[in-house]
Design a protein around this ligand. Structure first.
Ligand code: FNR
Length: 378
């Protein structure tokens, strides 16, 4: 409201407001490798595109003349209160996009009290990012290493550093067929962008023949060999979750029966996601997978959503369709590339302001009041 009553007050004039324009500003700062990594999807990118198109099929149906003078954006997720119904999604290797990398993202999160999910393949260590986050909620995303000692060490570090939940990414036993990335001469790991958590890890270092400072190529190869073990199954997940006190969500679930398996294995719930269309080209748009999963486990477990969220109305549609909260992905990284912490702050503030205004215009005073009545499928 402040935005409209006070002209552009509250809007940072250095950054475009429209996500598409911010994306263009980001593009100007990126080299070809970073651009391919950030903008690319699997195959012909049909699924990446359809993630967006799916939103158009669900139309919001506003209610008039209800008291929306005070709006409550908070939600309760995993037994804790989040001040906004979104977190920043785990996006790896942020030094590709800005030299301050995840420290800039975490600083913006701390300034705005917006929670962050930190990737396993971050360019900064979980400890340094946690320090930057301060009291703001952080969760840790796990790429489940083939070496049990490394995985165990990651979980212990996440707990010790104060991360409050674990996100186990299930859709990436290996990375998808991403043509834009494959076309580039170098892959980001080889330039050292996603190594911080590994190179600072005692268990990872112990498994190397020589210290990574002496032979980084060997360390990278070891990381790639153990990055994720494609033989893992749901029963392994139950064992993994037995080894941590952190509540866990399984990310990348697109089927109700898999959502049920996640809960049976001991997860608190799932993140409905197709990894932003980066894994399987031609798979279901994430939003189309959401209602069935919410019907299956929504009453008893947590359901979050990502893939294609670009504005407030997108978040509210996903929440109306059964998500408890959503994750904002690429848009905040466009902000990071365009201007470090300031750029992330601008992207996230605008997203939050849009969400707040749109909630009120729909006739709701609280995010938690949204239900399927607020949308129709066209
Ligand atoms: C990702 N994503 C991701 N997910 C994850 O669990 N661990 C990771 O390290 C990464 N890294 C990553 C890098 C980049 C460049 C992108 C674009 C995405 C997936 C991410 O968490 C989220 O699912 C998607 O970004 C959602 O799609 P949109 O809304 O960003 O298009």
């Amino acid at each position: 409201t402040e935005v409209f009553l006070n002209g552009r007050a509250g809007v940072d004039p250095d950054y475009p407001i429209a996500v598409a324009d911010l994306r263009e500003q980001a593009r100007e700062t990126l080299d070809a490798d970073a651009e391919a990594y950030l903008f690319g999807g699997a195959g012909r990118e049909d699924t990446m595109r359809e993630n967006r198109d799916a939103f158009v099929d669900y139309r919001l149906v506003p209610r008039m003349l209800r008291d929306v003078s005070d709006r409550d954006l908070s939600v309760s997720v995993l037994d804790s209160d989040l001040p906004v119904p979104f977190l920043l999604a785990p996006i790896g290797m942020q030094s590709l996009f800005h030299e301050d990398a995840e420290l800039a993202t975490a600083r913006a999160c701390a300034d705005l009290d917006v929670p962050l999910v930190l990737s396993s393949v971050a360019s900064e260590t979980p400890e340094d990012v946690a320090e930057e986050l301060g009291d703001t909620t952080g969760w840790f995303q796990l790429y489940w290493n083939a070496d049990p000692a490394v995985t165990e060490s990651f979980l212990a570090r996440a707990e010790d550093a104060g991360y409050e939940a674990l996100v186990v990414t299930a859709d990436t036993p290996f990375t998808g067929w991403r043509e834009r990335e494959l076309q580039q001469a170098s892959l980001p790991f080889f330039d050292g962008h996603g190594l911080a958590t590994y190179l600072s890890d005692p268990a990872f270092r112990e498994a190397l023949d020589s210290p990574p400072e002496e032979n980084e190529a060997a360390a990278v190869q070891h990381l790639l060999d153990g990055f994720s073990d494609a033989s893992r199954t749901w029963s392994d997940l139950a064992d993994l979750l037995d080894g941590t006190d952190l509540p866990a969500l399984v990310k990348g679930v697109l089927r109700p029966d898999d959502a049920r398996r996640a809960v049976e294995a001991g997860a608190e719930g799932v993140i409905v996601s197709n990894h932003g269309g980066r894994q399987v080209d031609g798979e279901i748009a994430a939003l189309d997978a959401l209602p069935g999963i919410a019907d299956e486990i929504g009453d008893e477990a947590t359901v979050l959503f990502d893939s294609g969220i670009r504005g407030g109305a997108d978040a509210l549609r996903a929440i109306a369709l059964g998500a408890d909260a959503v994750l904002l992905g690429r848009p905040y990284v466009y902000g990071l590339a365009a201007g470090g912490a300031d750029g992330v702050r601008s992207a996230v503030e605008n997203f939050r302001a849009d969400l707040d205004l749109t909630l009120g215009l729909l006739g709701y005073a609280a995010v938690t009041e949204l239900d399927r009545d607020a949308v129709v499928e066209q």
